[in-house]
Ligand binder design. Structure first.
Ligand code: ACO
Length: 333
């Protein structure tokens, strides 16, 4: 394997867990809210329904539930964690970071905690960070979360956006591998020149929240859907090939490919370019929509629970999000 980390301890996902809110918002429900149809949403995106968090349910609350499930599945106690990384674009608040709230909720008193923001690529970027902390021995047991309450940055009057997204959370416990399983290779990329195509313009230091920014809807996500679509397909295909090359493997060596769950047409377009057959591409976006940083870990957790991934299987994760940011990771389960 052509990887500069090949002689260092390899990070491995010990177990995963996930949580989605109870409330289901179907395409039929959306038909009553905006000028749209089940047929339009299904044919353009593949999404049938999505989950919406309760008003009193913050991103860290969903993350906490996912964390508890991941720790239980891993047989690891919260005290054993020495690091918590939380990937999100919808933190509970500007600060403290969301990982600190999870730390307090689960009693991970020995961990240091921070958030990362790489939009929908957050979980895969986070895995790459874990890989390096484990390789250097700077951390031994890490909790990595990807969770979003996208519903709170969604303009429910904008039909081009509100049909696409959903809320949810996933978590993974990561330790040094005791065998040959673990993260085999990863490639991360960004292109900040394209920042304008997908963004949340209000509420930061560029446009602090004022009555005017709120009236102008700047606290809602903005997206140029067509351009995002084109870049997502090209970038995800390219980075997947690079990660496979780095691992010295091919699509045929992969048991499962988990692309960011944004849109079935994006998944299919990547499948046509990378190959391997549609069965290899895991999809659960029909039930959850695009959950941004939660998307890949929600899908990975489900794939493990339903038996689509067994010990020894090789899996390719491919992410893409605002920034733009994108990346791919090859792992052996
Ligand atoms: N219901 C009915 N009609 C709609 C809706 C809707 N919900 N939304 C848009 N339309 C209309 C438009 O107004 C337009 O009408 P017009 O032709 O009269 O102007 C028509 O449908 C076509 O609109 P397009 O935007 O061109 O539709 P397109 O086929 O490109 O699909 C979509 C739009 C689904 C947003 C697509 O561009 C897409 O999936 N882009 C990628 C989005 C994405 O995945 N973003 C997230 C990735 S990164 C991340 O996760 C943060």
């Amino acid at each position: 394997m052509n990887d500069s980390f090949s002689n260092l301890p390899r990070a491995a996902i010990v177990a995963t867990g996930s949580y989605v809110p109870e409330r289901v918002l179907t395409n039929a429900d959306l038909e009553k809210m905006v000028e749209t149809s089940d047929e339009w949403i299904l044919t353009r995106t593949g999404i049938r329904e999505r989950r919406i968090a309760r008003p009193d349910e913050a991103t860290s609350d969903m993350g906490t539930e996912a964390a508890k499930r991941a720790l239980a599945n891993a047989g690891v106690t919260a005290e054993e964690l020495d690091m918590i990384i939380f990937a999100t674009i919808t933190p509970d608040m500007g600060f403290p970071n969301t990982a600190c709230f999870v730390q307090a909720n689960i009693g991970a008193k020995n961990a240091f905690c921070f958030d990362i923001e790489a939009a929908c690529s957050g979980f895969v970027y986070g895995l790459d960070l874990c890989r390096q902390y484990i390789a250097t021995g700077a951390a031994r047991t890490i909790l990595l979360l990807g969770a979003e309450k996208i519903s709170c940055i969604t303009d429910w009057k904008d039909r081009s956006l509100c049909v696409l997204f959903g809320d949810g959370a996933g978590a993974a416990v990561i330790r040094a591998s005791d065998g040959k399983n673990g993260l085999l290779a990863s490639v991360m990329r960004s292109d900040g020149r394209l920042h304008d195509l997908l963004k949340l313009p209000g509420g930061g230091s560029r446009n602090p929240a004022t009555p005017e920014t709120i009236a102008g809807g700047m606290h809602y996500m903005k997206m140029n859907g067509r351009d995002v679509f084109k870049h997502a397909v090209t970038c995800m295909t390219d980075v997947a090939r690079k990660a496979l090359d780095k691992a010295g493997l091919t699509v045929d060596d992969m048991k499962l490919i988990i692309p960011h769950q944004a849109n079935l047409r994006i998944v299919n377009a990547i499948g046509e370019r990378l190959g391997g057959g549609t069965d290899k591409y895991f999809v659960n976006l029909d039930r959850y929509g695009n959950t941004s940083a939660a998307s890949i870990i929600l899908a990975l957790d489900e794939a493990v629970r339903v038996g689509r991934i067994q010990r020894g299987d090789r899996v390719l994760l491919i992410a893409f999000g605002g920034g733009f940011t994108w990346g791919a990771t090859v792992l052996e389960w």
